[in-house]
Design a protein around this ligand. Sequence first.
Ligand code: SF4
Length: 66
Amino acid sequence: MAGHKEINMKVKIDKNKCTGCAACEAVCPEVFVMKNGKATVKKVTTNAKCAKNAADFCPVQAISVS
Ligand code: SF4
């Protein structure tokens, strides 16, 4: 529903696509953190907008937010 927080957000990172550029972490550090040269999901928050922004910034479309 518009205006409601997406509490059931799912964030996935395709580690085969991820190049480790760290853009997602820079854009949305509350959700993404780099580990061993790859992005990982630190915490799924209610901030879907933040995660979606990071997905838009990912140069290889490795992030999916649903
Ligand atoms: S922005 Fe994409 S390619 Fe870059 S670290 Fe994040 S998931 Fe990997």
